[in-house]
Write a new protein. Structure first.
Lengths: 294, 340
């Protein structure tokens, strides 16, 4: 399959801080690729280097096999996490202005309909709600019919309904054939939207693949979770992980019945026990030793 | 390229024109200053100014008792035509030459010239028969005539420096520039759009203020409107370019404000906005020539008050063009999109 984007050994050194430490990954054409990591992991710096708005100390970015340059700028659509727009300018004028910066231009009506901005066209940018603003920023990212779209924490700060609406929008864009590179803190978002993910920590890519594959490789079984406060003594002889900050312990097992029988003598109250599938949060914790949202 | 420049140009114009507070400030301040100062000082300056025709640029008070007279500001001239023109415009109350024989020139229509002549003749202690009198005629250059170019120039300076410099820093600080960098827009295109936008807006505002004050106060216009417009265009470009140089890398609005003030206050004081530097020490006049506003005001006053032609103000226009080229090149070279 065609590789749309490839980052090769990206390094970014700030004074006294190695923000990105040799990050390499590739993104296949037509997929939604998620870059996950906590604050300070270096994912925004990595993405901004790929986008061309930050200069790398070393490394290179290839777009369809060539060093990302003028063609990349014409064909990439970018939604930053925080972008100020001009005051006193309407939604329609903002879209038109950005659209006129590109040789490739999407149809105005199509963008407006896709991002549900029809009722907001004459509204001043300053008077948009969080969800409306995110839809406008996405519209701005679509003005050039992009083949590759960067979405940096696109649903941060949105209410649950607005987040789900935004997910539907991203799915429709992907269905149109565009490649998407998404950075997010939300594991449910990554699991719903991403075909592949790369997990980043301390400037390095520590795992890459589809969420299902990575979870399958890391876990064989289910997770039993119970509050530390319900333990009557220590769990010697039972492999477990203590999560002090969450006040719980976790036990991974392939035989839930047998493990519950082992645990029962050590637990005062079984009502708080949870049995669940491992998720990306667990994966990140096990790979890095700390919580994804720490 | 032009399409991208026009997109940014148009958006910036809309942003400025819809910001009613900023627009009002740009219009109301200069008009209020012009009318207020004309009303307050409309009867012209209090002190007498007398030109002394001599080769030396320094006035030696020992040369003649008249030069010791208090409340008269003596200015040396070595160009008789220039000095006579100033007498005819009432910019000099009297012109004297202590040669052989001594001569003086006075405007018979100037009230202050009448009194300055009495003081001169008194200082000569009855030797008036030995001094040769030359009559000059011509209507006065009022304070409003002299002040108008200064007010227009000052407004242009503030609008160009802060309207571009401050805005670019704000765009950089809030990430709007970073977003533009992720598009095919080049730094040259962005800067060209900013210059074009501010140029059009400041020319419209300046023309509006000039027309209003010219009509209402009947200010003097001896030269060509085209030449005056050309001075405004070239002067505004140089001031906008200077604002871009200052804002090319700065990421803090506070620092930008300080740097812009470092530039605009010396221009306010030394470029001739409020008072003429005629008679000031050479060093100060030389320093003043490094400021674009000095060239703008000198050439605008020459056109408006003395009827200077395009050829007369060409040196100033060339100086402004050279400054613009240097400022623009530096601005485009060192321009930074983001705070990193």
């Amino acid at each position: 399959m065609t590789i749309a984007l490839e980052a090769r050994n990206i390094i970014k050194q700030y004074a006294g801080v190695l923000a990105v430490d040799g990050a390499s990954f590739s993104v296949r054409e037509g997929i939604c690729f998620g870059l996950l990591g906590p604050n300070g992991a270096g994912k925004t710096t990595t993405v901004e280097i790929i986008e061309g708005v930050t200069t790398a100390t070393s490394g290179e970015v290839l777009y369809y096999g060539e060093i990302a340059g003028a063609k990349f700028r014409q064909e990439a659509g970018i939604q930053f996490q925080n972008t100020a727009l001009q005051d006193f300018i309407t939604v329609r004028e903002t879209i038109e202005m950005f659209r006129n910066l590109y040789d490739r231009q999407a149809d105005m009506g199509q963008i407006i309909e896709q991002c549900s901005l029809g009722d907001l066209l004459d509204r001043d940018n300053r008077k948009l709600s969080g969800g409306q603003r995110q839809r406008l920023l996405l519209a701005v990212a679509l003005v050039n019919k992009p083949r590759l779209i960067f979405l940096d924490e696109p649903t941060t700060g949105l209410d649950p309904q607005a987040r789900r609406n935004f997910w539907d929008l991203v799915k429709s864009i992907r269905a149109g054939g565009a490649t998407i590179l998404l950075t997010t803190h939300y594991m449910d978002e990554a699991q719903v939207l991403c075909d592949e993910i790369a997990i980043m920590d301390a400037g390095k890519i520590i795992a890459q693949g589809s969420p299902e594959k990575l979870l399958r490789e890391q876990y064989d079984g289910l997770i039993i979770e119970l509050p530390i406060s319900d333990l009557t003594d220590d769990l010697s002889g039972i492999a477990h992980t203590v999560l002090e900050n969450l006040g719980i312990i976790e036990v991974v097992t392939t035989d839930v019945s047998k493990t519950l029988q082992q645990l029962t003598p050590h637990v005062s109250n079984l009502n708080q026990i949870k049995i669940r599938q491992p998720d990306l949060e667990d994966l990140f914790l096990d790979l890095t030793g700390h919580s994804l949202r720490a | 390229m032009l399409k991208r420049i026009f997109a940014i140009f148009q958006a910036r114009n809309r942003e400025f024109l819809r910001d009613r507070a900023a627009l009002s400030w740009n219009l109301i301040l200069p008009i209020a200053l012009m009318f207020g100062l004309s009303f307050a000082f409309g009867n012209d300056r209090d002190a007498y100014t007398v030109g002394v025709l001599q080769e030396s640029k320094a006035i030696n008070t020992d040369d003649h008792d008249f030069l010791k007279t208090r409340y008269i500001h003596f200015v040396a001239y070595d160009d008789l035509d220039l000095a006579m023109r100033k007498v005819s415009r009432h910019q000099l109350d009297l012109l004297v030459e202590f040669g052989d024989p001594p001569r003086y020139w006075v405007n018979s229509e100037s009230p202050k010239g009448y009194f300055a002549e009495i003081v001169l003749l008194q200082a000569l202690s009855g030797k008036e028969a030995l001094i040769e009198k030359q009559q000059i005629t011509g209507t006065a250059v009022g304070y409003a005539d002299w002040l108008l170019p200064g007010i227009l120039g000052m407004n242009m300076m503030f609008s160009c420096l802060f309207g571009v410099g401050y805005v670019v820093v704000r765009y950089r600080k809030n990430g709007f520039l970073k977003r533009l960098r992720a598009t095919p827009l080049s730094s040259f295109e962005f800067i060209a759009a900013q210059v074009a936008s501010r140029l059009v807006l400041i020319l419209l505002i300046t023309s509006f203020i000039y027309t209003g004050t010219h009509v209402l106060l009947g200010t003097r216009m001896e030269g060509s409107y085209f030449t005056l417009f050309l001075i405004a265009v070239v002067g505004a470009i140089s001031l906008i370019s200077l604002g871009l140089v200052i804002s090319a890398r700065v990421t803090s609005e506070e620092l930008a404000g300080g740097l812009l003030n470092i530039v605009n206050w010396p221009m306010m004081m030394l470029s001739g906005v409020w008072f003429s530097l005629e008679g000031a020490p050479d060093a100060i006049r030389t320093v003043a020539n490094i400021f674009p506003l000095t060239h703008v005001l000198n050439s605008a006053r020459a056109v408006m008050l003395d009827g200077a032609t395009l050829a007369d103000v060409a040196p100033s226009l060339l100086a402004l063009t050279a400054m613009s080229a240097v400022f623009f090149a530096i601005g485009a070279k060192v321009f930074r999109w983001s705070q990193d």
